[in-house]
Write a protein that binds this ligand. Structure first.
Ligand code: ASP
Length: 374
């Protein structure tokens, strides 16, 4: 049968449509599944790392610390849930923990050798990489607010002592009498250090610095850290917490980090920036980057922990101590509060010297018995 011109035209159009449609269909089949919806927001906080063991803590103390961490976390979650910025969220967490005498920051800060409180804090905005830091404050109620004023209202990054306090005062940051920071427990720790000739490292083996990292629904990260430093510190010693790149760092291209621990080692390793740099240049996950840097810190002799958050919402804890006061939450309903190594994520083994496995002596195989052929 000879096809009419009209049916030949229909057949041609159908063939052309099929040919055009084929590559599109093949393309669809080859495409990977769309990436999972990124988290709308995510937050992680810490209240210090150190020798927290179940035997060294009463159930009452444990409950108090868990409740304190819950309050800190809730302050940040409230900001993020309402669509607020990561910068506001970390500020809310850190001011809440500074006001809480359980932690070594703001009220409850440790005492210097001279029996004073000397407070340090830093904050960083991952969107602009603007940062503010203060050290050696004695009257500013919430040092993190002073750090934020430095970041947002002045040309500098890092102010110390009377000058920092004057700047904070001129920018309306509330002050208190220095006695506000006093707690009996911290005072007793200083007396113990002096009486027993202990060093700043071994008086309590706990670093009660507070910190927060967060990412908001715009994908911007931020970090903040606040501390009283180390019990019995002198000579104007300042640790890592207010040092941008050591105890605090935030960069939308990588992550936000807040640290706690033996500050001198965190400064020497440049821990917070090092973690962000690894993520940025090697594509490592926050957990892998944090564990790698914390292992290096441990090899140098340092201890403590970090919290990390990435713009996609991934969060990580990493610490080489017995425990770390820590908590996190995200817009997918995750909520964790943990203290010890075994009740939550993050603990990494302290570095060990790896001894070569002893090689078992090899028994010589018995010689095969060869029967003489007859
Ligand atoms: N990292 C702080 C410092 O060295 C101490 C702490 O984490 O509690 O000042």
């Amino acid at each position: 049968m000879i096809a009419s011109p009209l049916s030949r035209l229909f057949a041609g159009v159908a063939l052309a449509l099929t040919l055009f449609a084929l590559p599109a269909a093949a393309q669809e089949a080859a495409d990977p599944a769309p990436p999972p919806r990124p988290l709308r927001w995510s937050i992680a906080i810490h209240g210090g790392a150190g020798t927290m063991t179940r035997t060294a803590m009463t159930p009452e103390k444990e409950a108090e610390y868990r409740a304190a961490l819950e309050r800190g976390l809730a302050a940040g979650v409230a900001v993020l849930q309402a669509g607020g910025s990561s910068l506001d969220a970390v500020t809310a967490v850190v001011t809440t923990l500074e006001d809480d005498p359980h932690f070594n920051a703001g009220r409850g800060a440790v005492f210097t050798w001279d029996g004073k409180n000397s407070l340090d804090a830093a904050i960083m905005d991952g969107k602009t990489r603007k940062a503010g830091a203060v050290a050696g404050l004695a009257r500013t109620k919430n040092p993190v607010l002073a750090a934020r004023a430095v970041m947002e209202q002045g040309p500098h990054v890092f102010l110390t002592g009377d000058g920092a306090e004057q700047f904070a005062r001129e920018h309306g940051i509330p002050e208190v009498d220095p006695s506000y920071f006093y707690t009996q427990e911290r005072w007793d720790q200083l007396q113990k250090l002096k009486g027993q000739n202990l060093s700043a490292w071994d008086v309590e083996g706990k670093y009660g610095t507070v910190g927060a990292v967060a990412v908001d629904d715009q994908g911007h990260v931020a970090a903040a850290t606040s501390t009283g430093g180390l019990t019995g510190k002198r000579w104007g010693r300042i640790g890592d917490s207010p040092v941008i790149g050591a105890g605090t760092y935030a960069d939308d291209r990588a992550c936000a980090v807040s640290a706690t621990g033996t500050g001198e080692f965190f400064i020497r390793e440049g821990v917070a920036h090092e973690i962000c740099a690894r993520i940025r240049f090697t594509g490592e996950s926050p957990k892998v980057a944090a564990d790698t840097v914390m292992l290096e810190l441990g090899e140098m002799g340092g201890d403590g922990g970090v919290i990390v958050i990435a713009p996609d919402g991934q969060s990580a804890f990493s610490f080489n101590t017995e425990g770390m006061y820590r908590a996190r939450a995200n817009s997918d309903g995750l909520k964790e509060v943990a203290i010890f190594r075994d009740d939550g994520p993050g603990g990494i083994a302290p570095p060990k010297v790896i001894e070569p496995e002893p090689v078992a002596p090899v028994e010589p195989a018995p010689a095969p018995k060869i029967e003489p052929q007859l």
